[in-house]
Structure formats: structure tokens, C-alpha cells
Design a protein around this ligand. Structure first.
Ligand SMILES: Nc1nc2c(ncn2[C@@H]2O[C@H](COP(=O)(O)OP(=O)(O)OP(=O)(O)O)[C@@H](O)[C@H]2O)c(=O)[nH]1
Length: 638
């Protein structure tokens, strides 16, 4: 697996040290002028996790001589996978690479991220292509991500070449896979390729079919330079390196370019091809795909989907650009509050290479100073956390993740105050008072599940218990079924996928698309200890689920909080209404132990004094939840 972006950074540094000077002093920059648009094919590889996307990419690079086998094994040692990627069996990011084929063609393999958290980026990268290889594992057949990815390609209007992989496996069921592809995606058998990416069987044919079937890009040489940004990485010395697909004109060192989104102007310092190392070229012209370095010092100015064009030229931007929208938010606090400034520096460094993380300062009575960070999805958050721990040795406490909710109001005073009639709430403690809004909305997704027919009942039950709405069921060959549900995002960000796997002995796959907002009866659930609110445990929940969540939380707290000299009342409340309650009894101390003999009046006096003392402490003592208890509760929450 040599093509992984989470690891490109290492690679960039290596290239920088070893080759940077050589490249700069190298007079012989690549001359790619002869690769006119008709000689170019831009394509992606899309697949369900583990169906062989990276293996096929490696094979194509090997066949075209872009990398050799020795280089590959060298890379294999350098590139180790993040644990979260290994655990989930996914690659978060691959890499873009240009290959020369038969001396005639320039084939550009454009990376698409391999996870639903990055669906927007997948759809943007597909916009830079005219075709894609849809890889399907012959032993596993069509899976949820196969379907979701196919439809992204279909919507992008690009040519899809179905490739059935792993035909060498004893468990391969090629006939069933063909049938599933024809039934579900309306693909034709005669269009399918049958390969083993691992053993190289029919892989050269894949290259020929890319040339034969994928159209060359539609371009205009006479118009001023215009390009689509489909990826970016950050290098400490050179700033952001952006990957562009050039559709009009050409660009070379010294030209001035402008970002349509930020309106900022930059001078181009270098352009070139990703092979996959950065190789400078004399220019990039319409139809070609490459990288551009122009001293962008903030990765937030190099956004996927933006249009970079020649300064002062009037152009139409590529449609559909959105700045990244975080959908999962959590508090990040240092395990040792002394380490806050170290945590800040580490987060800043990590964000240099990730424009999609949103950052705001946060503080908590128990956890001290920290941050509230927003991510594209839960996996994105896990990868970020793991990198904080592995690359920066930071131990962090993460509060229960939540999704962004919306509240709508018609009160004109509020509308005037906020300048809008709708607020997005990402921090549950900032949820407004009930009388201050009219409607509440939550993000909902269209989910696709592929599982064995026999598991339908369990899967359906799981989805309904997560407030899912059943939409459709389609039986496909191989005794499997495709199910569609509308599911609230909040219900699937935590353990939904794990539960789904458990219910189906690992045979179900899940993917989602289209995040949209729907009306929902949401309430703020507050946890109190002796009437004092524990902010870190405040959550926004659906009214229907509030009772069950409350009971679980108060029981967990009852088991975790140590006894004190006085009684502790644990309550879960919505507004003033108590939904669940547990008490922790006061510690008993035998104050009469020293009274020998039968002086009953003295014993009673001591007991009376003890009871009054406890009452006094209970009224005055501020119960603070300790950090350890909070960590345990949050761990169990996950
Ligand atoms: N037997 C066999 N195994 C293969 C073949 N292609 C890939 N594999 C294996 O399948 C596993 C997954 O392959 P990858 O190339 O990592 O799959 P991927 O689609 O890139 O996975 P992600 O990028 O992590 O989603 C690896 O263990 C490969 O060695 C093949 O043609 N035959």
C-alpha cells in the first residue's frame, strides 16, 4: 500500500530532504507538452473497503514503470498504517499519481478518500475525472460502499468501468457478483473486467480499457487558466501543495493565480506532476492534472472544490463548492491540565494539514481548559485523536460527541439580535431556553445496508431502535438484501456500525449519503448532583429517548461516584422535570462507638448532632465530580 496520504507527509519530508535541491537545480524539468488533451485520461478507483483499490493502484503504477518493485518494498517499510485504519480495515487517504503509458498516453490516477466521512471530497475528486474503475471483490460481492460510490460517480456523469477483483480466490463467486452488479447497478456483463490485482492477472487490460473507454477531458486551450482543486497537502517549508485538474489555458512558474473562494492572489513558484513524488514540469496545460506550489501559508486557503484561475481573468467557477462542514463535535481536554499549551501547539500543527477541522476554545470545571473540535465524522475524529497521541504524545480526554443541531425562532427581537432566524448549536450547554425557539431540527442521513437475507429481522430492529425509518428492501443474488433507512446522524455516530456487525456476524456493510435537516423533538438533558449541574454531561437528545438515556447515566454515576459523609442525589432533568434519580447513601460513621455502658440519652444526642452536621454539609458543600469519575463515565459513553 504505497499510496496513502496520511503518510504522504513523511514522504514529503523525505523527498524534501533527499531530492528538493536536486529538483531545483535540475534544468531538465519534465516536458509534458506533447500530452495534449486527446492523449490524457483522468480516472479514479472507487471500491468498498478492502476490495483491492490500493493493490490495483500499485499494480498499475508498476506496469507503467512509475514505481519499481524495489521502490515499492522500500515504501512498504516506511509506510505503516494508523491503528484506527488497521482496526477498521480502511485507508483514510490514498494518493494521486500520473503515469506514462506506452509512451503515448498520460494517465492520471486521482485519489478518492476511502471513507464516508469524506463523501464530499470523493464527489469533488470525481469531478476532476472523466471515468472511474469500480472495483468489486469477487468473494464479497456488492457492498454498501460499492453502491454509494457508484451513485456518486453516476451523479458526476463519468464513465464507470466495473472491475471484478480477487478472481484468484477459492471463495470467489464471480457469477453471483456479475448478477448483483447487473441487478443493482444496471451494469452490463460485457463491460466487466475480471482481474486479480494481487497476482497481476488481466491488469494490463485494465490500462488498455482506461485508454479505450474513458473519454479525454473537454478543454479549451485559448481560454485563461482555470483549474479545480481536488486535494492538498501541507509542507512546512513550501506551504500548501495543491492538486489541480486544469481545464482551460495553462499555468507556469511566475504566473499570478487567484482563488475564487478566498479571492487571494498568489505567484506560482512551481508546477509539476505527482509520480507520486513531486516532479516539476515546465507547465501544466488544459487537460492535465498536477500539483501547484504558490506560497499558500494556510491550508484553509487551499480548499478542495475551489477554483484557482489566472488573476484578473473573468471565469465561471466550478459549481457545487462547499467549505468543509464538520458534523461531529467533541470537547478535547488534556489529561493533565498543566499540558494545555502543549495540546494547543499539537492541535495547531495537526490542523495545518487538515482544513476540515473546526476549532474553538472550551473550558470545563472538572477538565480545565481545552478545545471544542468539529470533524467530518467519527472516523475523522478518531484518526485525529490517534495522531495527537502517536505523533505528538498527547493524552486527551474526549467528551461525548454530538452533531450540530438547529433551532429556529420567529421572535423578531431574537431575529434582529442574531441577524438570522436559525442558529446552529454545536455545544449542548449553549442550547437556548425553551421559550426562545419554535422548532428544533437534527441532521438525518440516507443509509444503505447490505446484509444476508436471514439477518433482516435483527438489522431492522436495530435501525428502528435508533429511530430509523424503513424505506426499501431489495433482494439480490447470493441470498442478500439491500436495505434503505433514513437515520438520524446522532444515532449512528457512536456504536451503530459495531452493533450492525455484531448482529450479522460481520456480514453487513453500511454507508450513508445526503445529510439533510429534519424537524425533531429535541430536548436538553441535564445531569445534577445535589442540584448542581455537571456541564460535561449535558446532552441534546430526542424526547423519546431521554428516559432511557437518563436512567443509564444516573446508574453509571451511582456506581462511579465514591460515598461521602452526606447523601448525594443524582438527577437527570429536562427543564425542571426529573426523569431519573439515584441516591448515594452517606457514609456511616459510628459516633456512639466510644459510649460504653447504657447512657441512652448521650447516644441519642450524638446521633442527632451527626444528622444535623450532615445536613449542614449537604446544604453547603459543592459537589464536584472528580476527573477520574468523569473519564470513566465518558469512556463508557463511547
Ligand atoms: N487474493 C487476492 N487478494 C487481494 C487481491 N487484491 C487485493 N487483495 C488483498 O485484499 C486486501 C485489501 O486490499 P487493498 O488493496 O488494501 O484494498 P483497498 O480497497 O485499497 O482497501 P482500503 O483502501 O483500505 O479501503 C489486501 O490484503 C490485499 O492483499 C487479489 O486480487 N487477490
Amino acid at each position: 500500500m504505497i499510496l496513502r496520504k496520511s503518510l504522504i507527509h513523511n514522504k514529503l519530508n523525505r523527498i524534501k530532504l533527499e531530492n528538493f535541491n536536486r529538483y531545483l537545480s535540475d534544468e531538465k524539468k519534465l516536458d509534458i507538452s506533447k500530452y495534449t488533451f486527446d492523449k490524457i485520461r483522468n480516472f479514479s478507483i472507487i471500491a468498498h473497503v478492502d476490495h483491492g483499490k490500493s493493490t490495483l493502484a500499485d499494480r498499475l503504477l508498476e506496469i507503467t514503470g512509475t514505481i519499481d518493485k524495489n521502490e515499492k518494498s522500500k515504501n512498504k517499510q516506511v509506510l505503516d498504517r494508523l491503528e484506527v485504519e488497521r482496526k477498521r480495515g480502511i485507508t483514510v487517504k490514498a494518493q494521486t499519481a500520473s503515469m506514462f503509458y506506452k509512451n503515448d498516453y498520460l494517465l492520471n490516477l486521482i485519489d478518492t478518500p476511502g471513507h464516508i466521512d469524506f463523501t464530499y471530497e470523493v464527489s469533488r475528486s470525481l469531478k476532476a475525472c472523466q471515468g472511474c474503475l469500480l472495483v468489486v471483490d469477487a468473494a464479497q460481492g456488492v457492498q454498501a460502499q460499492t453502491i454509494a460510490n457508484f451513485f456518486l460517480a453516476f451523479e458526476a456523469g463519468i464513465k464507470v468501468i466495473p472491475v471484478i477483483n480477487k478472481i484468484d480466490l477459492k471463495t470467489a463467486n464471480v457469477e453471483a457478483t456479475i448478477e448483483q452488479l447487473t441487478q443493482t447497478l444496471d451494469l452490463k456483463k460485457e463491460e466487466m473486467l475480471f482481474i486479480s490485482a494481487k497476482n497481476g492477472i488481466n491488469c494490463e487490460q485494465v490500462l488498455d480499457e482506461i485508454v479505450n473507454r474513458i473519454p479525454s477531458p473537454i478543454v479549451n486551450y485559448d481560454k485563461p487558466f482555470k483549474s479545480l482543486v481536488f486535494d492538498s497537502v501541507y509542507d512546512l517549508r513550501r506551504g500548501a501543495i495543491i492538486y489541480i485538474a486544469c481545464v482551460d489555458g495553462e499555468i507556469k512558474k511566475g504566473d499570478k493565480v487567484k482563488s475564487f473562494f478566498t479571492k487571494k492572489v498568489y505567484e506560482v513558484q512551481e508546477v509539476g506532476l505527482a509520480r507520486p513524488d513531486f516532479r516539476p514540469s515546465n507547465k501544466i496545460q488544459a487537460g492535465q492534472v498536477g500539483y501547484m506550489i504558490c506560497n499558500i501559508r494556510n491550508i484553509k486557503e487551499a480548499l478542495v472544490g475551489d477554483t484557482f484561475h489566472l488573476d484578473k481573468a473573468k471565469i465561471e467557477p466550478f459549481p457545487g463548492f462547499k467549505s468543509p462542514k464538520p458534523m461531529v463535535f467533541s470537547g478535547f481536554f488534556p489529561e493533565d491540565s498543566q499540558n494545555f499549551s502543549l495540546l494547543r501547539k499539537s492541535i495547531e500543527k495537526l490542523c495545518i494539514n487538515d482544513s476540515s477541522v473546526s476549532i474553538a476554545e472550551d473550558s470545563s470545571p472538572a477538565l480545565g481548559q481545552g478545545y471544542r473540535l468539529g470533524f467530518l465524522g467519527l472516523l475523522h475524529m478518531e484518526v485525529f485523536k490517534e495522531r495527537l497521541e502517536k505523533e505528538f504524545s498527547q493524552s486527551v480526554i474526549i467528551t461525548a460527541p454530538n452533531v450540530p443541531y438547529k433551532v429556529k425562532f420567529s421572535n423578531q427581537k431574537l431575529v434582529k439580535f442574531h441577524g438570522t432566524n436559525e442558529l446552529v448549536i454545536v455545544n449542548p450547554t449553549l442550547w437556548p431556553e425553551v421559550h426562545n425557539f419554535d422548532e428544533t431540527l437534527e441532521p438525518v442521513v440516507s443509509g444503505t445496508i447490505v446484509c444476508p437475507n436471514d439477518n433482516f429481522r435483527e438489522v431492522n430492529q436495530l435501525c428502528l431502535s435508533r429511530r430509523g425509518v424503513f424505506e426499501s428492501r431489495q433482494e439480490i443474488s447470493g441470498d442478500r438484501v439491500i436495505l434503505k433507512y433514513k437515520l438520524p446522524l446522532n444515532e449512528i455516530i457512536l456504536d451503530f456500525f459495531d452493533k450492525l456487525k455484531k448482529e450479522t456476524s460481520g456480514y453487513a456493510s453500511f454507508d450513508y449519503e445526503d445529510i439533510f435537516y429534519e424537524l425533531s423533538d429535541l430536548v436538553k438533558l441535564v445531569i445534577c448532583l445535589n442540584d448542581i449541574e455537571i456541564e460535561e454531561l449535558t446532552q441534546i437528545v430526542h424526547r423519546q429517548r431521554a428516559g432511557a438515556i437518563s436512567r443509564v447515566l444516573v446508574e453509571k454515576l451511582r456506581d462511579e461516584i465514591p460515598q461521602k459523609q452526606f447523601k448525594i442525589a443524582i438527577q437527570a432533568k429536562i427543564g425542571g422535570k426529573i426523569l431519573a434519580r439515584e441516591n448515594i447513601k452517606a457514609m456511616r460513621k459510628d459516633v456512639t462507638a466510644k459510649c460504653y455502658g447504657g447512657d441512652q440519652t448521650r447516644k441519642l444526642k450524638l446521633l442527632r448532632e451527626q444528622a444535623e452536621g450532615k445536613k449542614r454539609i449537604r446544604e453547603t458543600a459543592k459537589i464536584e465530580i472528580s476527573k477520574d469519575v468523569l473519564i470513566n463515565i465518558l469512556r463508557k459513553e463511547k
